[in-house]
Design a protein around this ligand. Structure first.
Ligand SMILES: [Zn+2]
Length: 502
């Protein structure tokens, strides 16, 4: 662990950047609210899971052993509705969309969480919590289920900073007259057999009647069962802060009597200009649609260009800009591999390894510092760009290799896949055979020879054999050629006047 760079995170609860202190030295318990699996992941999901993927990577990079739990909400009214619309079962809908979610996230180059608990596999744990909450007078039974009584928790509203009185005053008239407070929320919802068909709906038996869990209790139960009563970091989209996360706190703390979460982290919204987007970006709304037209690295590059807490405006221009920039970086990376004389096998091996904090701290301390400071990815990308700039200017094989190693490690932390650079390496390979040097105004019969000389000179320079490279330069200049060296070790050779040769 890098003791020189203690991690700092913005805690949504204290509204401050705080020094991160894990509950247990060297270990982190991280929970992220996962998707409700009834349709394909959209851009908001992409931002959320890319953001927390970078957090998972960052924590590991700084030496923590992380247990990352990301749940699947596989029971929900929306799943049941989708099933009835398509003439299938809720289980089938959940299975289909879980698989599609996994495919999307794999394409986005996110690491798999350590555990992925499913709501339907934690019904007993939810029953246990609900029973405890009723016993401790934090919950009550009505004709349609069980409710958490929010005024029973004096600190209710502490995360979102919404005082309970304000919630009561602003509330609409509730349909359920048995609810004791408008901010009270369902822990268990009873469902009746269908009046028309007599069929039993989707659900489970419980001490409070046949039914289904409320959404909030799912996350609390999955955390209690898999991570314990208290965790280090709970993360999710800003839209979940209220009421979902507020309610998770209420249930969990009233049930266990212990603090629930040390650090709350929330990612900002994604704003999409619907019409403009649909016309210019090929009418996508899902990650799947987007990936038909943009590669995952481009999307990640665009997202990480914004601090995770800030909103993102999704516009075609911005995304196209990210695409151009990203592919330029890949080209530079491939050229750097040429300078360093590294091949495909090297890259494939290099990207397999987790970044090493001690090494990177030595090679590029500024990058490490900005990642340690509330995961400042826009500044990390700027630092990354500096390394690329150094690579572009580097003619020295050893230096280029060191810079490439730095870039590979930084790519791991940020979650970029560098293998697409190999496509540009092929291009650079053919260029290496002569086409990359630009030869102007030389008779066709002479051209191959000039190219050969330029390539010999480039290799001599790479090998630091400056006597040879200078001798070649002098020979070519004696033939009337004007030599201009370009970035990456390539040269333009121009004859003084084409007319003279004809
Ligand atoms: Zn949740």
């Amino acid at each position: 662990m890098s003791s020189t760079h203690p991690l700092h995170f913005y805690n949504s609860q204290s509204r401050q950047v705080e020094a991160f202190q894990p509950l247990e030295a060297g270990k982190v318990k991280l929970y992220v609210c996962g998707p409700t699996v009834y349709n394909d992941a959209h851009l908001g999901h992409a931002r959320c899971y890319i953001t927390w993927d970078v957090l998972f990577r960052t924590l590991q990079f700084f030496g923590y052993e992380v247990t990352y739990a990301r749940n699947l909400t596989d029971v929900d009214d929306k799943i049941i509705q989708r099933a009835s619309e398509t003439g299938t079962t809720p289980e089938a809908i959940a299975t289909t969309y879980t698989q599609r979610f996994h495919e999307d996230l794999a394409r986005l180059n996110t690491l798999s969480p350590t555990i992925e608990p499913k709501a339907t596999e934690h019904i007993d744990a939810m029953h246990g919590m609900i029973a405890t909450l009723i016993e401790k007078d934090h919950a009550y039974v009505t004709d349609d289920g069980v409710y958490f009584h929010t005024p029973s928790m004096p600190t209710y509203g502490k995360l979102a900073r919404k005082p309970i009185d304000a919630l009561q005053a602003g509330a609409r008239v509730d349909v359920n007259t048995q609810k004791r407070h408008s901010a009270d929320f369902a822990l268990w919802k009873r469902v009746e057999d269908s009046a028309e068909t007599g069929e039993t709906p989707y659900g489970w038996d419980s001490p409070w009647g046949f039914g289904r869990p409320g959404w909030h209790i799912e996350c609390s139960a999955m955390i209690f069962k898999n991570l314990g009563h208290q965790i280090d970091i709970h993360a999710g989209g800003a839209d979940l802060m209220f009421p979902h996360h507020e309610n998770e706190i209420a249930q969990s703390e009233c049930c266990s009597g212990h603090p629930f979460v040390n650090t709350w982290m929330h990612n900002g919204f994604v704003n999409v200009d619907g019409e403009k987007m649909s016309k210019s970006l090929h009418n996508f709304s899902t990650v799947r649609d987007l990936l038909e037209h943009y590669d995952a690295n481009t999307l990640r590059y665009f997202m990480l260009g914004h601090h995770y807490r800030m909103p993102v405006d999704f516009t075609p221009n911005a995304l196209n800009g990210a695409k151009t920039r990203w592919h330029k970086l890949l080209q530079q990376f491939a050229k750097g591999m040429q300078v360093a004389q590294l091949n495909e096998a090297w890259l494939k091996e290099a990207v397999r390894h987790k970044a090493d904090c001690a090494v990177l701290h030595e090679q590029h301390p500024d990058f490490v510092a900005v990642m340690a400071q509330d995961m400042n990815t826009p500044r990390a990308l700027a630092e990354w760009g500096k390394t690329f700039k150094d690579l572009k200017q580097s003619q020295d094989a050893d230096k280029a290799k060191a810079l490439l190693n730095t870039l590979v490690q930084e790519a791991w932390v940020l979650g970029f896949d560098l293998l697409p650079a190999l496509a540009y390496l092929d291009e650079a390979k053919s260029l290496n055979e002569g086409d990359f040097h630009v030869v102007d105004g030389v008779a066709p019969t002479e051209k191959a020879h000039v190219l050969e000389q330029l390539e010999a000179r480039r290799h001599a320079k790479l090998a630091k054999d400056f006597a040879t490279s200078d001798a070649i330069r002098k020979t070519l200049e004696a033939q009337g050629l004007h030599l201009v060296d370009r970035a990456g070790g390539w040269t333009t050779a121009t004859a003084p006047s084409t007319a003279d040769l004809s």
